[in-house]
Design a protein around this ligand. Structure first.
Ligand SMILES: [Zn+2]
Ligand SMILES: [Zn+2]
Ligand SMILES: [Zn+2]
Length: 161
C-alpha cells in the first residue's frame, strides 16, 4: 500500500516532529496506548502509525502484512531514512541480531562457542539457543517424571540393552 500526503498533510506531519542529535524525527503528537508507537491522526487516513505513514509516503510500497522496522531502534522516530519495510520473517531476523550483541542469555549464562547452539527454525530464521538453559530444562523434565514413568523408561532401557 502506498500513501501520498498532500502539501497540507506534509506540513502537519513535519510540524509534529522534533529532530534529535541522531537525526531521528521524534514524533511529538499522539501515541498508540498499548505499545507507544507514534500515531498520526487527521491526515486523511483515519489514525495510523506515523512511522507507517512516513514509510508509505517516502520509502515505498508497504505490502499487506509487512512491518515497518526502525533501523535506529527508536520507535518514536518517523524519519523515512531510518525506516525499513520488512516481511515478518525479515523483521524477526533483524531483532534476533539485536540479541547477538548480548553477552549473556536471558538466564545469565555466558554466550560462548561451547554454550551456543545455532539452528534454523522451520520458517528459516536462524536462532541461537543456550546449552546450559537446555540442560536445565531437560533436568526439570526428568525431575517432573512420575515414579511410574521412570520405571517404564528404565524397563525400556533394559530391553534396549
Ligand atoms: Zn530514527
Ligand atoms: Zn523492528
Ligand atoms: Zn542460558
Amino acid at each position: 500500500m502506498r500513501l501520498m500526503m498532500n502539501e497540507c498533510d506534509i506540513r502537519v506531519f513535519v510540524d509534529s516532529i522534533k529532530i534529535d542529535d541522531n537525526g531521528c524525527w521524534i514524533w511529538q503528537a499522539s501515541f498508540r496506548k498499548d505499545d507507544g508507537y507514534p500515531l498520526a491522526t487527521g491526515l486523511g487516513v483515519g489514525s495510523m502509525g506515523a512511522h507507517r505513514v512516513s514509510a508509505m509516503h517516502w520509502v515505498g510500497d508497504v505490502p499487506f502484512g509487512y512491518n515497518i522496522h526502525h533501523a535506529c531502534r527508536q520507535k518514536t522516530c518517523v524519519n523515512p531514512a531510518h525506516l525499513e519495510i520488512l516481511s515478518t520473517v525479515e523483521h524477526r531476523a533483524a531483532h534476533a541480531d539485536d540479541k547477538k550483541g548480548a553477552t549473556h542469555c536471558n538466564h545469565g549464562h555466558e554466550w560462548n562457542d561451547a554454550n551456543s547452539k545455532t539452528y534454523a527454525r522451520p520458517d528459516g530464521v536462524v536462532v541461537r539457543s543456550c546449552r546450559a538453559c537446555n540442560r536445565e530444562a531437560q533436568r526439570r523434565r526428568v525431575a517432573a517424571r512420575s515414579p511410574e514413568e521412570r520405571a517404564r523408561r528404565n524397563a525400556l532401557r533394559r530391553v534396549a540393552a
